[in-house]
Design a protein around this ligand. Structure first.
Ligand code: SAM
Length: 355
């Protein structure tokens, strides 16, 4: 791994940054309240003239006290600035209010992670997602998905789909270049990618592998789209190395999938992918590697997302460094034939062939 980070800050700045961490959960809730109570939207509407506390309080039917404490926190959060006794929205405040990516990340943090993160330490000690127990008694979040409370499911799927949906259209040419007849969509979830391929690539046949709860949803979606003759589905526990994948595929597709598994488990999945490909077939791995990001904000988000895997999802996986994946590919007799960077928000596609 190359070098990352440094210790070049002044002590004063470092101590301030330490306080940002010390109060982060409180300030996170302040930002959400400012968003959800309509205060940010009000400031945006009146951005030219600014807004006073009393005026906001009257218009939004909130107490002066409530508006005041939230707006004062917002000064420190750099979401607002004050001039001549009036509050104005900053760019950061605007992003918290109106940026789709930020909203999806905040809702994921709140609805899926907030309570469970309190169990991060135990999760690290036990190698289990101890935070998942705030929702019920499951070994992994994937088994729980179809049964989680609606608002939690909504935020989980919004997070998952936001990133993969943006990547799929950019990938079509790379898939078509392989002239595939048979694509195996491993961890195909509710069928979005397979439906996209069936609609856009003539005659291709898709097969989705996933857990029963997700396959049930995928079956509904495939039927609604009238694609039952083009897309097959199999309910399967992909962690069971004794269950081989269907054979004879031109492409084995894994999108935002291998990050759901430990390195040891990934090896089992790669070995079964190898057996599922014909001799000229290719393994396509679409992932968000934290070392391959164009922006610091993406790396920051991915490092945080890794801890969702630790405390909520399964206790043993993460958003990987690309070297981790390349090492596992080597071990399972693949080589990386092509690397396609900067797809969608933050993805890299590795096209891998048999050695
Ligand atoms: C993060 S989602 C990715 C979904 C989709 N490929 C995408 O790009 O949006 C991971 C998928 O892997 C599935 N999965 C996780 N563990 C599994 C297991 N043990 N057996 C079968 N599927 C599993 C989950 O149900 C989920 O649909």
């Amino acid at each position: 791994m190359k070098d990352y980070g440094s210790d070049s800050k002044s002590a004063l700045q470092a101590k301030f940054d330490a306080q940002k961490i010390a109060f982060a959960p409180i300030m996170f809730q302040a930002a959400r309240a400012l968003r959800n109570l309509g205060i940010l939207a009000y400031l945006l509407k009146n951005k030219r003239n600014g807004s006073g506390v009393e005026e906001i309080s009257q218009n939004l039917e909130l107490s002066v006290y409530g508006v005041k404490v939230l707006l004062e926190a917002a000064i420190s959060l750099e979401m607002v600035y004050v001039k001549d006794e009036k509050y104005y929205l900053t760019k950061t405040g605007y992003f918290i209010l109106a940026d789709e990516l930020t909203r999806i990340n905040m809702d994921f943090t709140q609805d899926v992670n907030y309570l469970g993160m309190n169990h991060l330490e135990e999760s690290i000690k036990h190698g289990k997602p101890e935070g998942l127990k705030v929702f019920g008694d499951w070994a992994t979040v994937y088994e729980a998905l179809s049964e989680l409370p609606n608002h939690v499911r909504k935020s989980w799927f919004a997070f998952d789909h936001y990133y993969s949906d943006q990547a799929f259209p950019e990938l079509l040419e790379h898939i078509e270049s392989n002239n595939p007849d048979y694509i195996l969509d491993v961890g195909g979830n509710t069928g979005k990618f397979s439906i996209f391929c069936a609609k856009n690539i003539d005659n291709v046949h898709m097969t989705i592998l996933d857990l029963p709860g997700q396959i049930e949803e995928a079956d509904k979606n495939i039927k609604d789209e009238g694609l039952t003759d083009r897309i097959s589905t199999h309910s399967i526990d992909l962690l069971n190395n004794d269950i081989p994948f269907p054979k004879g595929n031109n492409i084995v597709w894994m999108s935002q999938f291998l990050d759901c598994f430990s390195k040891e488990e990934i090896l089992g999945l790669l070995n079964r992918s190898f057996a599922a490909l014909d001799s000229k077939g290719a393994l396509y791995i679409l992932e968000t590697y934290w070392d391959m990001q164009a922006f610091e904000a993406s790396t920051y988000s991915l490092h945080a997302t890794s801890l969702y895997f630790t405390a909520i999802a399964n206790g043993n996986s993460q958003m990987y460094h690309s070297n981790d994946m390349i090492e596992l590919l080597e071990m399972s007799n693949f080589y990386v034939d092509k690397v396609i960077k900067d797809i969608g928000v933050s993805h890299t596609l590795l096209i891998c062939k048999k050695k």
